[in-house]
Design a protein around this ligand. Structure first.
Ligand SMILES: [Zn+2]
Length: 365
């Protein structure tokens, strides 16, 4: 079963939307945006976002933001103070909140074929994936409760295609932009493969949570943005369903050269040329995060169990102006980024013939 993601980034370029259409391949998060900006405009867009993001958060703290009652399920029309991403509004203007909790809203169209029970399944699944991210990113429940809800838009295939331009992906996340809040979009048939669906939810929610904190991603490498999300989604699907991520095919076959290729091709610019290269680089990126989490030897220990909070802190520092390499070293006890990459390359090369050694110590062992 193939499993694709798309991820909308402000700095992405339009050609990635085309790549997304090819996503019948292994899991891939294609950068897909209609709000494409070139490199020169990225900083401006991010600076603008900084202020507007706060405004969006403030407006969200309206009458219903903290109205946690016993039921926590209240349907109603779309809150006019909240604007979903432009691409979604343009494609499907009649969305409304079908169900929500304090932390998650599920948007559907009036014409949805989903039953109330199915909508509730989406709501509960997103809430669980959010909780998993919260725990693994070491975010407090209070912090999560005080920020805008995770908005999950559930669409049938034709509406999904219209809203995302990525018909074969399993999920698309849109970052906050201007007055628009962030949101993620999934298909209404997602419940037919719960392992892929939960992997997708954990992955996309990871993008949303990190995007809210490291707002300017211009100088955060792609292998960090996607590697952390891939690792989060893969671990979640494994924990909940004992299902392998479809990225594992790449992990099984990776050599040292694969790491070298990915670090060069998927750094500040996404230089992949097709969906297979993209899936490859995201897979190798995700396993680097897993390697750092459980395997990398340092100070008599194996790995950094809190690898996700470390990457989050490094991403925030980079968003605020540090170089990523400096931020990485500062958050990994002085391990240099160059040494970490080289150790991963050597590890892959030395475990080519030994899958058991490759996965030993990881949750996938
Ligand atoms: Zn992604």
């Amino acid at each position: 079963m193939h499993n694709g993601y798309a991820h909308s980034m402000r700095r992405a370029i339009d050609s990635f939307a085309l790549a997304a259409i090819l996503l019948a391949s292994l899991s891939a998060c294609v950068n897909n945006t209609n709000q494409a900006v070139d490199g020169g405009l990225q900083l401006d867009a991010s600076l603008e976002l900084d202020a507007s993001h706060d405004a969006a958060a403030a407006s969200d703290a309206g009458p219903d933001a903290h109205s946690a009652d016993a039921a926590e399920l209240d349907a109603g029309p779309l809150d006019e103070s909240v604007t979903l991403p432009q691409e979604i509004r343009d494609a499907v203007p009649d969305l409304y909140v079908a169900q929500q909790t304090r932390r998650v809203s599920i948007y559907v169209r009036p014409s949805t074929s989903l039953s109330a029970a199915e909508v509730e399944h989406f709501l509960n699944a997103a809430t669980d994936a959010l909780t998993y991210n919260q725990n693994h990113l070491a975010l407090s429940a209070e912090e999560i409760a005080n920020e805008p809800r995770i908005r999950v838009v559930v669409l049938n295939r034709s509406s999904y295609t219209a809203a995302t331009g990525s018909p074969d992906s399993y999920g698309v996340s849109f970052p906050a932009y201007g007055d628009d809040v962030d949101a993620l979009v999934v298909k209404d048939d997602a419940l037919s493969n719960l392992a892929d669906f939960d992997d997708t939810l954990a992955h996309e929610i990871n993008h949303v949570l990190i995007g809210r904190r490291a707002v300017d991603d211009t100088y955060i490498p792609w292998w960090v943005i996607e590697g952390t999300a891939v690792d989060m989604g893969a671990n979640y699907a494994w924990e909940v369903h004992h299902a392998w991520t479809t990225f594992k095919e790449y992990w099984d076959e990776a050599t040292g050269d694969d790491a070298t290729t990915t670090f060069a091709r998927y750094d500040l610019e996404d230089l992949t040329s097709d969906s297979n290269e993209l899936a490859h680089d995201q897979a190798i990126s995700g396993f680097f995060v897993e390697y750092l989490r459980f395997i990398h030897e340092h100070d008599g220990a194996h790995g950094y169990p809190d690898v996700h909070p470390r990457f989050l802190a490094a991403s925030i520092a980079t968003s605020e102006g540090a170089s990523f390499a400096m931020a990485f070293g500062a958050n990994f006890d002085g391990l240099t980024l160059a040494n970490a990459k080289e150790a991963y390359r050597a590890f892959l090369q030395s475990t080519i013939a030994s899958p058991s050694a490759r996965y030993a110590g990881t949750v996938f062992e």
